[in-house]
Design a protein around this ligand. Structure first.
Ligand code: KG4
Ligand code: ZN
Length: 335
């Protein structure tokens, strides 16, 4: 009999449930919350309320699609953190209640660990040790994975995350939230003709707040000369901003390769859906002889399949959580 795990993800504004059987993804259903688009960012109060609305139907459709009954489940996995507390509480409480009712174990999962392990939801799978550039709305990290459960952060952002750089620039440009995918689309029709200074940050750490400030000053200056500058040059501005962000990420990933000598290189998280990042790193991988792993689009942004995959490797090691487990907005350990 296969081991069936129901996984729940509710750390930010996506409510997702997935069923994993012996490490294979049987279903992965996500309800995205459109309500935040008009506010320029996730409104925490709305996010938790929407999770409350979505969680039961999302879990039901994940179970139906997998063709598995509640009685056939062997464990319930959930995102313990990091994330928005009010959002996490919905998933954690739902998972606890169901695990208690079914008398099966609970498995807590670290959201960023899950992003990295999303590579094991699909083929080809990276070999250990590998590097993973993990880029999302809340995180930008270069991670060294020694095995499924040993994760070392080699570098991280000292201020904004890469996704935040996209989203905050989008807000300045008057684009809805999340702006990353919109900037990606508009950039495809533009030329990266505007340049912004590269941040100087030590080691494998990143910084994006200076870029945001220089974009803001640049736009203010240009708007003084032409008050329609943004609408006249929107595609080119998007292409230029995107190129600046991709350059920062690429530069540090090359440095991580030089420092560690590791050629197994993966990218993960919402920003790994960015077409320019995917294209640029594919070219870099050819030039530097890397084995590059890029997740398929539905595994880049938040989803429960990745939570279930991370939980599967914890299940194999017998790592479970007790029923007093609480959500952690700044959760840092992976087991
Ligand atoms: O991993 P994710 O779904 O949620 C977090 O854990 O934060 O990442 C969401 C982030 C948002 O900042 C969003 O703008 C960005 O990923 N994103 C993109 C693209 N798709 C999503 N950024 C650039 N280009 C994209 N195609
Ligand atoms: Zn995420």
């Amino acid at each position: 009999m296969p081991i069936n795990i129901l996984a729940i993800e509710s750390s930010c504004d996506d409510t997702s449930a997935a069923v994993i059987s012996d490490g294979q993804v049987m279903s992965n259903i996500t309800a995205t919350q459109e309500i935040h688009a008009a506010y320029g960012g996730v409104v925490p109060e709305w996010a938790s309320r929407k999770h409350q609305t979505h969680i039961v139907p999302v879990v039901q459709s994940a179970m139906e699609k997998a063709g598995i009954s509640l009685q056939e489940l062997d464990a319930i996995a959930f995102t313990r953190g990091p994330g928005l507390l009010g959002s996490l509480i919905v998933g954690v409480t739902f998972a606890k209640g169901l695990a208690l009712a079914l008398d099966i174990p609970l498995i807590e999962v670290h959201h960023m660990h899950a992003h990295v392990l999303s590579h094991f939801a699909d083929d080809p799978k990276p070999e250990f040790p590998f590097l993973c550039l993990t880029v999302s709305g809340g995180h930008t990290e270069i991670i060294l994975m020694r095995n499924y459960l040993e994760m070392e952060v080699l570098g991280k952002t000292i201020d904004d995350a890469a996704g935040e750089a996209f989203d905050k620039t989008g807000k300045i440009l008057g684009l809805p939230y999340p702006s990353g995918p919109i900037i990606d689309q508009l950039a495809q029709k533009g030329n990266p003709q505007f340049t912004f200074p590269m941040p100087v940050v030590e080691g494998l750490n990143f910084s994006f707040s200076g870029l945001k400030t220089s974009i803001l000053y640049f736009l203010k200056k240009e708007m003084k000369k032409d008050d329609q500058f943004i609408s006249h040059h929107l595609n080119d501005i998007c292409a230029s901003v995107q190129r600046a962000i991709v350059n920062i990420l690429e530069k540090k990933l090359i440095k991580a390769f030089e420092v560690t000598g590791i050629r197994e290189i993966a990218i993960a998280g919402g920003v790994s859906a960015n077409s320019a990042l995917r294209k640029t790193l594919t070219k870099t991988a050819q030039e530097l002889n890397w084995n590059l792993y890029i997740p398929k689009l539905e595994l880049c942004t938040d989803n429960a399949a990745m939570i279930g995959i991370a939980a599967w490797y914890k299940y194999l090691e017998g790592i479970f959580s007790d029923h007093s487990v609480t959500p952690e907005a700044k959760y840092s350990k992976i087991y």
